[in-house]
Design a protein around this ligand. Structure first.
Ligand code: DC
Length: 218
């Protein structure tokens, strides 16, 4: 029997790091759905498709092959693009790509297929509501907008990216708005998600909460 754990939450809530850690601890497959939208965005840039040409972007999304390995690397048509999909050029356009309904439908189809027959932890914005509304466990991971901006500021410093706290705060607020105002697959809180506010918690503590909730109900 396969197990599905869904984790949704806004940008900077720590989903990526925490999901990776929980996957390691439980020895299950980790699927980062944001990396899939980022891969479509990268392929769009590389193909030189204008961002308002939705037909071409949709056709491209259906044609490309997105895969993951067990180390969490992302492959676009067999090429490791794990680093490239995190670059600014991709981050700048990914919310436009992820708003296109037919692109989302294609990604949702692929996400369900990727999880077939496996024990997975999948993170994104619409996993607990759209991709796997019947997931075995559903979590919503949150943190205050100020804390999320602080975390991003720290990450940027480590990567030598020069952005002020105010700029980061504004960009996170814009992303929050975009994430929660989509026609299809918007980030939403629901009654059946387990809500975790990580503002004052470490990554380890959040991972432990998630694992204990899973063990508790077994
Ligand atoms: O989590 P992230 O920053 O890597 O996500 C990249 C983009 O994709 C971001 O704009 C939100 C969007 N996204 C989405 O719309 N649905 C998902 N399931 C995952 C990400």
């Amino acid at each position: 029997m396969s197990l599905v754990i869904g984790i949704d939450g806004p940008a900077g809530s720590g989903k990526g790091t925490i999901t990776k850690l929980v996957a390691e601890k439980l020895d299950i497959v980790n699927i980062d759905t944001g990396a899939m939208y980022r891969s479509v965005a990268l392929a769009t840039l590389r193909a030189g498709i204008p961002l308002d040409d939705e037909e071409k972007i949709i056709a491209l999304a259906k044609k490309i092959k997105i895969e993951f390995d067990t180390n969490g690397h992302t492959y676009l048509n067999k090429e490791d693009v794990s680093e490239e999909i995190r670059k600014k050029e991709v981050s700048d356009i990914v919310s436009i790509i992820s708003k296109i309904v037919e692109v989302r439908k294609e990604m949702v189809r692929q996400q369900r297929k990727l999880a077939e027959g496996l024990d997975v932890i999948m993170e994104g914005r619409d996993i607990t509501t759209e991709v796997f509304p019947n997931a075995d466990y559903k979590f919503y991971l949150d943190a205050s907008v100020e804390e999320r901006a602080q975390r991003r500021l720290k990450q940027n410093k480590e990567k030598n990216i020069d952005m002020s706290y105010e700029e980061i705060l504004e960009s996170i607020k814009t992303r929050d708005y975009n994430d929660t105002h989509k026609d299809y697959g918007a980030l939403k809180r629901t009654e059946d998600q387990i809500y975790i506010d990580s503002t004052n918690l470490s990554i380890e503590e959040v991972a432990e909460i998630i694992i204990s909730k899973i063990k508790e109900s077994k």
